[in-house]
Design a protein around this ligand. Structure first.
Ligand code: NAD
Ligand code: UGA
Length: 465
């Protein structure tokens, strides 16, 4: 007797919960999918008739929401009701790095996860399958199970791990066409039935061969390991970029040369000002913490280097701007192109731009930022969050422009922090004419045409060449 899921609830309407459930609902018109969140504004934005007001910018997301919303996709703040109705509940809440107590600065903060488990236990009056969608330390399912079994109403819970591998900016294509879907569960008869129920939900659009089922601990751990390996590639190529700069090798040529080895592969070898995003740093720190907790100090040190290298790359970029501008940027206008942690997203979490700005503001540079998708409020919030100086000082040193040409006018230097495509299409001659001379460009993403810019008269510094 195979269970066919008819009703799904997802707790957490964020970057993962929103797009993931939108696609799940789109591909399963006969399943009712309700995404709930405590954040009333976020839910209101998901329900806004004007699709440009969705709380997350992802290319293609608006069309999928338009197709499914109100049909079988719903966004709501009625958490209890959605839990009660659902046969399957995804937990997709945030799992940030702890900022207090034991494991501060490293371990994942599981308080939101635990709150969800307790709320489900309190409300549920029928059996449920609970799906961990958030990225969690290995063995979290044990804690969730213990809470559910000890505080519930005697109903049965099965816990699955189904980590999400989408990347921001390409979330919709990643979801429509995933490299794999990973589902971990208990290796008992009941556990296998639950796994099968979730496999069936995905199988409406993902080939069975791409749906991988494992034991629950392998699934939880694989998510942390996947992010650690991806980030490790970026730190590895960034380490080589510094070596290239010292030897006249070109990091793009090196990346191409090694990437053509099918064992290495060409992807994720772009040298940059450093990786950002909400997850790489958080998940590696979490992995390092788990290894340390288990007494595996060499394992912990090995992975920690990925973070240290990333911090070094960001600092190196900022320090190079200062030293190139004759060792003083005090009172000089430095214009940033880009603030988001990568192109095609409005997400700024852990963006390298924040740390580079902070370092330059320490040197009293006057920063003006243009980003096509990030608001001034968001940028101020990001800088204030670092707590380096007062909010009024931050306001004084960090400005925002909504017109790129205005942002660049009169600047002593331009720093490219995000690889937005539109930067390539600007009229660089006009920009040059309106800048202070000598006009410097620091291309932290290697997106601009160095030769063309040098022809115009710019002094250009790229990463690793
Ligand atoms: P997010 O902060 O964008 O969204 C989380 C949402 O959960 C918030 O809107 C918050 O209000 C809500 N929430 C928290 N506690 C709640 C509760 N008790 N009840 C109802 N709502 C609650 O986070 P995100 O980026 O979507 O990430 C969620 C998880 O997915 C994290 O574990 C993250 O590591 C993982 N992940 C993220 C990405 C990504 O690209 N952002 C990719 C893969 C995995
Ligand atoms: C990453 C992973 O790619 C996803 O598989 C994962 O699901 C997600 O983390 C997560 O768990 O949150 P995301 O952070 O959205 O996705 O974006 P990426 O494309 O991985 O980029 C991360 C950072 O690395 C960006 O700042 C990007 O600019 C940088 N990067 C990436 C490089 O500097 N060079 C590269 O070659 C690739």
């Amino acid at each position: 007797n195979q269970q066919k899921i008819k009703s799904i609830c997802c707790i957490g309407a964020g970057y993962v919960g929103g797009p993931t459930m939108a696609v799940m609902a789109q591909r399963n018109p006969d399943i009712k999918v309700t995404v709930v969140d405590l954040n009333k504004q976020r839910i209101a934005d998901w329900n806004d008739a004007d699709l440009s007001k969705l709380p997350i910018f992802e290319p293609g997301l608006d069309q999928v929401v338009e197709e499914a919303r109100g049909r079988n996709l719903f966004f709501s703040t009625e958490v209890d009701q959605a839990i009660q109705e659902a046969e399957m509940i995804f937990i997709s809440v945030n799992t940030p790095t702890k900022t207090y107590g034991k494991g501060k600065g490293m371990a994942a903060d599981l308080k939101y996860i635990e709150l969800c488990a307790r709320q489900i236990a309190e409300v549920a009056t029928t059996d449920k399958i609970i799906v961990e969608k958030s990225t969690l330390p290995v063995k979290t399912a044990q804690a969730i199970k213990s809470i559910l079994d000890h505080t519930g109403n005697g109903v049965k819970f099965q816990i699955l791990s189904n980590p999400e591998f989408l990347a921001e900016g390409t979330a919709m294509t990643d979801l429509a066409n995933p490299d794999r879907v990973l589902i971990g569960g208990e290796q008992t008869l009941e556990g296998k039935k639950a796994i099968q129920a979730l496999v069936d939900v995905y199988a409406t659009w993902v080939a069975k061969s791409q749906i991988l089922t494992t034991n629950i601990w392998s699934s939880e751990l694989s998510k942390l390991v996947a992010n650690a390996f991806l980030a490790q590639r970026v730190s590895s190529i960034n380490a080589i970029s510094e070596l290239c700069e010292a030897t006249e090798a070109n990091v793009e040529e090196v990346a191409k040369a090694i990437g053509m080895d099918s064992r290495i592969g060409p992807k994720f070898l772009k040298a940059s000002v450093g990786f950002g995003g909400s997850c790489f740093q958080k998940d590696i720190l979490n992995l390092v913490y788990i290894a340390k907790s288990l007494g595996l100090n060499q394992v912990a040190d090995y992975w920690e280097q990925v973070i240290l290298m990333n911090n070094h790359q960001r600092n190196r970029f900022a320090n190079n701007i200062v030293s190139t501008l004759y060792n003083t940027v005090s009172g000089k206008k430095i214009a940033f192109l880009g603030w988001a942690f990568k192109k095609d997203t409005n997400d700024t979490r852990e963006s390298a731009a924040i740390y580079v700005a902070d370092r330059l503001m320490d040197e009293r540079a006057q920063i003006t930022v243009y980003d096509p998708k990030v608001t001034a409020t968001q940028m101020q919030g990001d800088i204030n969050y670092l707590n380096t100086r007062s909010e009024s000082e931050n306001k004084q040193y960090l400005e925002t422009e909504t017109d790129p040409y205005k942002a660049l006018e009169g600047a002593h230097a331009i720093a490219v922090l995000t690889e937005w495509d539109e930067f390539k299409t600007y009229n660089w001659q006009t920009i040059y004419n309106n800048m202070s001379k000598p006009a410097f460009v620091f291309d932290g993403r290697n997106v601009l045409d160095k030769v063309e810019l040098e022809k115009i008269g710019f002094i250009v510094q790229s990463i690793g060449k």
